[in-house]
Design a protein around this ligand. Structure first.
Ligand SMILES: *Cc1c(COP(=O)(O)O)cnc(C)c1O
Length: 399
């Protein structure tokens, strides 16, 4: 294999347990944790991570769509998981997905009439549990407050569907004291009152993401959630993705008097992914050699370069390219940095190993992992670690 991603089973398990423990510390022992494995588990392989998370105790998994949910369901069965987690289809279902949702026992997030009608048609015998998403101010998905009553009327008239959960999503969970979050909370409370007034008794109420767990000092989103769920006789649940993979967003406006971050989760989690490759060839070039496409990098002295079989086709960002006078990204070889020299190609990069004398063809290289993290790549690419991780197009092995 020219390059591969190693996913640490131990770290994924530990991160899940740590995230759950932090979420429960902030709220109550009753709080559950939905493990988000959408987008192919943020590049970590959904069908590989799902059984690990199920064994770690996850009672809920969150996937992108019905296709991903179907693949995850099969993987759980193949792995011999007896008590199967429930699988929430988070990013919307189309009418044509309804049959697969029922067949594979997936739980869809719904918020519009078409979804409810399509599910009712296929749910001839057993009732289908659905989760209702409320748009409390992120304006992305979910039923708007003004349309909630109509949708509840439709749900009440559709006995084939059972309202099992109500959820919302915060737009600014990583910002301490965010006004938007405060407004969203109020809207969610009001929506739940409307739901209850119509006689619905959802079993689950859930919100949040990794930052909402990490951001414990922010008036306790999860403390608020636990109280809210209790007042409606439901179980509280936090949803987390990024933290399970060992990363988090920096919390904004949350620093203690000593200047340290007050993040609760970040200090206790560890990256799960290590992207590795092997040296394909080693070559020496004289001063003056132009390296890579466009000849953007000119050797100032004799250099020894290692050729690595990874590039932007595999998810290595092109912004990690370098030119003379402008340092780019790096890989780790034997625990030391080797700088990327010239442009990142489609399937290849060259790295400077002039100061690493004892290398041979076939030696292992860490492209992303300890010493060259998704955050390092994101900083160079002007993006967030999420986009780096889920942009990986490399086979995954569990280690
Ligand atoms: C992706 C997603 C999450 C998880 O967010 P992280 O920041 O990765 O923890 C939670 N809820 C919803 C609705 C999402 O789409």
């Amino acid at each position: 294999m020219k390059s591969w991603i190693e996913v640490s089973e131990r770290r994924l398990t530990e991160n899940y347990r740590t995230t759950l423990a932090v979420a429960q510390q902030e709220s109550s022992q009753d709080t559950a944790l939905l493990a988000v494995i959408k987008a192919n588990a943020y590049g970590h392989g959904a069908v590989i991570c799902a059984p690990v998370l199920a064994r770690a105790g996850a009672a809920w998994l969150g996937v992108t769509d019905a296709a991903e949910g179907t693949a995850v369901r099969s993987a759980l069965t193949e792995a011999g998981i007896e008590l199967q987690p429930r699988i929430l289809v988070m990013c919307g279902c189309l009418p044509e997905d309804a049959a697969a949702i029922v067949r594979h026992g997936l739980t869809p997030v719904v918020w519009q009439q078409e979804q409810i009608q399509a599910l009712a048609i296929v749910a001839s015998r057993e009732t289908i549990a659905v989760h209702l998403e409320i748009d409390t101010g992120m304006s992305r998905q979910g039923v708007q407050i003004a349309e909630l009553q109509l949708l509840l009327n439709l749900l009440a008239a559709t006995p084939q569907l059972r309202l099992d959960g109500v959820m919302t999503h915060f737009a600014s969970a990583e910002v301490a004291g965010s006004e938007q979050t405060a407004l969203q909370r109020k809207q969610f409370e009001a929506a739940l009152q409307t739901v209850a007034a119509e006689g619905f008794t959802p079993a689950w109420i859930h919100v949040g993401n990794t930052s909402a767990v990490d951001n414990g000092a922010d008036g306790g989103t999860l403390t608020w959630l636990a109280r809210l769920a209790e007042s409606f006789g439901a179980r509280p649940m936090a949803r987390a993705g990024l933290g399970l993979y060992g990363y988090s967003l920096p919390l904004q406006g949350l620093v203690a008097s000593d200047g340290q971050s007050t993040a609760r989760l970040q200090p206790a989690i560890n990256p799960v992914m290590t992207w590795k490759t092997r040296i394909v060839s080693l070559s020496e070039f004289e001063a003056g050699a132009r390296i890579g496409y466009g000849g953007t990098f000119v050797a100032e002295h004799r250099m020894r370069l290692a050729l690595l079989p990874v590039g932007y086709a595999d998810g290595l960002r092109r912004e990690l390219s370098s030119s003379s006078g402008d340092v780019g990204g790096w890989v780790m070889i034997a625990g030391k940095r080797a700088l990327i020299v010239g442009r990142v190609s489609m399937n290849l990069i060259t790295v400077d190993v002039t100061d690493l004398p004892d290398l041979a063809v076939g030696d292992e290289v860490v492209v992303l992992g300890e010493g060259s993290t998704a955050e390092d790549h994101a900083a160079l690419a002007g993006t967030i670690s999420y986009e780096i991780l889920c942009g990986m197009r490399t086979p995954v092995v569990l280690v």
